[in-house]
Design a protein around this ligand. Sequence first.
Ligand SMILES: C[C@@]1(CC(=O)O)c2cc3[nH]c(cc4nc(cc5[nH]c(cc(n2)[C@H]1CCC(=O)O)[C@@](C)(CC(=O)O)[C@@H]5CCC(=O)O)C(CC(=O)O)=C4CCC(=O)O)c(CCC(=O)O)c3CC(=O)O
Ligand SMILES: NC(=O)C1=CN([C@@H]2O[C@H](COP(=O)(O)OP(=O)(O)OC[C@H]3O[C@@H](n4cnc5c(N)ncnc54)[C@H](O)[C@@H]3O)[C@@H](O)[C@H]2O)C=CC1
Length: 689
Amino acid sequence: MKGPFPEVQGGGSLILAWQVRNKRVLVVGGGEVAAGRILNVLNADAKVTVVSPREGLNDEVAYRVEQNQVDYVDRKFEPSDLNGVDMVLTAVDDPEASTQIYKLCKERRIAANIADVPPECDFYFGSVHRDGPLQIMVSTNGNGPKLANIVRRQIAANLPKNIGAAITKVGTLRRKLRKVAPTQEEGPKRMQWMSKVCESWSLEELCDMDEEDMERLLGFYKPGIVPAFEEIRLGQNQPFDGAFGWCHDRQDIFRNHKLQLRYFTITIDFESLALQDADFNKIYTQNKGKIDFQDPTALQQLTKSLLKRDFDIKLELPDDRLCPPVPVRYNYVRWVQTLLDTTSDSYTDEYNPSRQVIGIDIGVGASCIYPLLACSTRPQWRIGGTEIDPKSLSSAKANIALNNFQPRIRLLQTTSSDSLIPLDELGIQHADFTMCNPPFFASKAEMDASYAGEGKRKKPSAVCTGAEIEMVCGGGDAGFVCRMMEESKGLKDRVQWFTSMLGKLSSLGVVVTRLKEAGVANWAVATLRAGNKTRRWAVAWSWGKMRPLNDVARSHEISSKELLPFPTHFSIPTPGKDTILMAATVNQTLSSLDLQWIWKESKMAGVALAEENVWSRSARRKRKKQELIKFPSEDNMDSDEEEDDSPLGVKITVLKDEVCLRWLRGNESVLFESFCGMLKRALDNSKVG
Ligand SMILES: C[C@@]1(CC(=O)O)c2cc3[nH]c(cc4nc(cc5[nH]c(cc(n2)[C@H]1CCC(=O)O)[C@@](C)(CC(=O)O)[C@@H]5CCC(=O)O)C(CC(=O)O)=C4CCC(=O)O)c(CCC(=O)O)c3CC(=O)O
Ligand SMILES: NC(=O)C1=CN([C@@H]2O[C@H](COP(=O)(O)OP(=O)(O)OC[C@H]3O[C@@H](n4cnc5c(N)ncnc54)[C@H](O)[C@@H]3O)[C@@H](O)[C@H]2O)C=CC1
């Protein structure tokens, strides 16, 4: 039998980290070598006795004696020196004495290192690099001590500078975790979570972690989540306080939504998955290190293993129901998450872990994959789901129970004639989003043709196990989403974002056209990668005023301008102009207008909230006139300001050579454009002084 076990190599030595704290170590000799030994064992908190005639002590050893760091006996070695000793290190220039000491140690079974006689050593020293709690030892097993020294220095030179500090922080976190989860039974979960933290956070992030970060991070242990460092650090609950997630450079502004997008960038490494997951390994090795995407069992195992490893989700599926491809599903969930993160009342454009979010999944399917992914990655999220197929519904319920999500995911059996978004039946007053994986095909014939590869150059790369009820609906995915859109008109104030996945780019065209016809001014489109070749699309629309980050609303991969919503980002180049002057101009310009303006000098950024166009010439004239006619009564002012209905909200960030405008809220692109134009003129005209 040839198992996957390591070969025995032999001829080495056992490298250990010997705990000699408070043990008694006898060092015989007081020369240069002894000095090194003494430092080694003192660094390990041992109690040290040195025996050597005083005239033989070198400066370092004499210093340790003088400082009382060691107990000292001023004479040559005597056998009684071995009483009560746990370890002996000799470094004398007297081979006879060395051998005598060695023999006595053997008799008394005391571990000994005889510096000048390797065959008489129970253990060798090695060349050691030390950085805080980190120790790296190099041994050449007596062959080349100087080379050990050279190798050690080379290793040390290549280590990250902050590795020792990072390890110290991880040590603190681990001890805290043991308090949060002290029991033996929790061992596997504890270890898995800890490993995930170390793998997903960079060394810099680990070093940066302070006590408060640790406490927040530990808050994610229970649901078994490891959020990105930024989410822990920046995602604090920031009510509207003028903070707005300030950022210092352009990169920061656009970086946020890329957090944790593992599957966007990284293709699945089957090799390492096989090493981490025994069940997957079985299938993987059976098929000689390949995945047979035409084999439903293999596909199902891949899905289960990925969910287990990356999300700690357990899944059971009937053989005759759709097996969800994890990456594209997660990408969709992730997109919805960034959509919400960048359209929250706090204007931070960041994930806020304490924000309570309620979502609805229309047609959860047998796997219940979206609610499971959403809840496992966002501890404060709750989902209501619908399903018309009883078999899928009961399987979905089983998966919810399997993952202990009963309190956070509630399902409702619906029929094809019910409304698609039954808020009342689900007991939901207001939902932050809906999501949906609609049946992709208009008819069984279309589905069969597609899976036979008709009209495409290649057959689909993976087998489809979906049942007809999951895959087909009149009008296909576009028809289904248009139905949702019609329903959404009656739910304008009760749902912030309506979203759906789409199987074909052409469907996206149909849906966006319908949205525009219906007067939707706030929508978003995304391309979802579903493996190397396959792509899916996602669409979202809102009747509300919060506008998502530009890159979240406008996929780079969609070239047709017709499909893209109006940009929420506008950049005014100010090449070579003084940044301080630009900031002052921005602040002056906005302060002079009749709008709410919050400026943070230290961040070189501000937020403007306007009730209407107050910057055009006609607007200024109108205002002058009103001021002449009457002063608004106090009552009047109140009712005006109470209304949280600003037609325009813009965040302005002054950077080097550029001023960035981020459209935060409002549904009139003309207004945003006009605002941008006004500021651009002000900046172009600004002069020193
Ligand atoms: C077997 C071992 C037993 C033990 O001491 O535990 C041993 C034995 C001997 N070393 C000798 C000589 C030298 N030792 C060094 C340096 C170190 N020696 C160390 C360990 C070991 N030395 C153990 C094996 C470790 C391994 O193989 O990896 C280091 C790694 C750790 C430490 O001592 O703390 C430390 C580097 C510390 C650092 O870099 O941090 C240098 C270089 C220098 O001083 O700059 C020289 C001169 C050049 C040369 O000979 O290579 C001689 C005399 C030979 C003679 O008389 O000719 C003997 C006896 C013999 O070989 O017979
Ligand atoms: N393992 C290693 O890494 C190396 C080992 N060596 C070997 O280690 C030995 C010591 O080397 P160094 O420290 O450079 O020599 P050294 O000459 O500087 O020191 C010898 C020390 O031993 C003491 N001493 C001698 N006889 C003693 C006895 N019977 N009882 C107590 N103390 C006694 C002396 O007072 C002196 O302090 C040498 O034999 C040398 O060959 C040398 C270099 C490296």
